[in-house]
Design a protein around this ligand. Structure first.
Ligand code: SIN
Ligand code: FE2
Length: 216
């Protein structure tokens, strides 16, 4: 059965298929967006947004923080997951229950049962910020999907293939959309085009993305 058939009566705005095991659940997170934004502010009060440096010495345009048992971080020595926020010397803030529930339910809606993320990377984009094409492959458990929640200003998501030079689909992502990819689509290259300034009523000139993963 196609994924779309499963969702016709779920009250979603629709499902946009990106691959056999990859889709965008339009508007899936919209009902809980207010709770998510409150929780993001609390996380950022403890572990502030910061612009990480890549191993190549480039400062990322996207500001990042994390919550959950493990957080993704980068410096001149490489990319890695860490239980400690290197900026505070303390564990990352706990993952709020509202985050866990949303990630689990979105994964299930996309056909991935029993998703229990231990890492949530929080990406904050201001106008002009972008994310170059990359694969999410620092996680130990590649059997679990990626669940990626968009809040605030719209973005153009690039979704490619398993090779960096495969063609990329350009997929607009709006406030409340949730992208999910796993199984044979788990290692597909993806990125975000430079953000346009198109202020959002709740978030002004920002876009926030939550990326849930099973990292450990
Ligand atoms: C990511 O790949 O980590 C983020 C994708 C996004 O911001 O939509
Ligand atoms: Fe990614």
């Amino acid at each position: 059965m196609s994924t779309r058939g499963l969702f016709d009566d779920m009250g979603l705005d629709g499902v946009h298929e990106l691959g056999p095991r990859a889709c965008v659940l339009r508007g899936f997170a919209r009902p809980v967006a207010g709770d998510l934004l409150k929780a993001i502010n609390e996380v950022a009060r403890i572990s502030a947004f910061r612009h990480l440096v890549t191993p190549g010495g480039y400062t990322m345009s996207v500001a990042m923080t994390n919550c959950g048992a493990l957080g993704w971080t980068s410096d001149r020595r490489g990319y890695r997951y860490s239980a400690i926020d290197p900026y505070t010397g303390s564990p990352w803030p706990a993952m709020p229950d509202s985050f866990k529930r949303l990630a689990h339910d979105a994964a299930a809606a996309a056909g991935f049962e029993a998703f229990e993320p231990d890492a949530c990377l929080i990406n904050r984009y201001a106008p002009g910020a972008k994310l170059s094409l990359h694969q999410d492959k620092d996680e130990r458990d590649l059997g679990a999907p990626i669940v990626s929640v968009s809040l605030g200003m719209p973005a153009v998501f690039l979704f490619g293939g398993l090779r960096r030079d495969d063609p990329t689909a350009k997929v607009p992502l709006f406030h409340g959309d949730v992208a999910v990819w796993g199984a044979e689509d788990r290692l597909r290259y993806h990125g975000v085009m430079p953000l346009k300034d198109d202020p959002h009523p709740d978030l002004g000139s920002y876009r926030i993305n939550l990326t849930f993963r099973k990292a450990g």
